[in-house]
Write a protein that binds this ligand. Structure first.
Ligand code: SF4
Ligand code: SF4
Length: 150
């Protein structure tokens, strides 16, 4: 009897305590500000310098560029930009070296898939991944684009 009362006491106490679990995925999880999530890529800012691909420790970035079609402008514009999330370790190095913040980290982390092929993300997909851009990269947000919180 004493044991039952003691057990009930523990149950009642824990019922009034603040919950430390989430009803995920129904309730989105707010990740910390410095969380390194799936990248957002802005083709307008990319100068095709190749630094992100060169520093990537797992060689998961593939990109191609072409001469700027505008004859009055010099340099290159990005043509294709792909990241293989099978091997990306979300280390943040690509965003650290990018001189124009064309590639930035977000707080998004949901990449689960039934097919490995789905883990190859192209320029369009990375460009549309513009929600929850990490707060320190707010300056990189497209106008009217990203939200700060989950
Ligand atoms: S986060 Fe790291 S592993 Fe992923 S693409 Fe960038 S440099 Fe490569
Ligand atoms: S480092 Fe930045 S600007 Fe250079 S190729 Fe990569 S994304 Fe483009």
């Amino acid at each position: 009897m004493k044991g039952i009362i003691k057990g009930l006491g523990v149950t009642l106490k824990s019922m009034t305590q603040k919950k430390i679990t989430y009803a995920y995925p129904e309730v989105p999880i707010k990740m910390p500000d410095r969380f390194r999530g799936i990248q957002h890529f802005d083709p307008e800012k990319c100068i095709v310098c190749n630094q992100c691909a060169r520093i990537c420790p797992t060689e998961c970035i593939t990109l191609t560029g072409k001469a700027n079609p505008d004859p009055e402008k010099k340099g290159k514009v990005i043509d294709t930009y792909d990241i293989n999330f099978e091997i990306c370790i979300l280390c943040d190095l690509c965003t650290e070296v990018c001189p124009t913040e064309a590639i930035v980290m977000t707080n998004n982390f949901e990449l689960s898939s039934y097919s490995r092929d789905d883990l190859f993300k192209n320029l369009e997909w990375l460009n549309e991944n513009n929600q929850n851009i990490r707060q320190e990269n707010n300056s990189a947000m497209p106008k009217g684009g990203a939200k700060k919180d989950v």
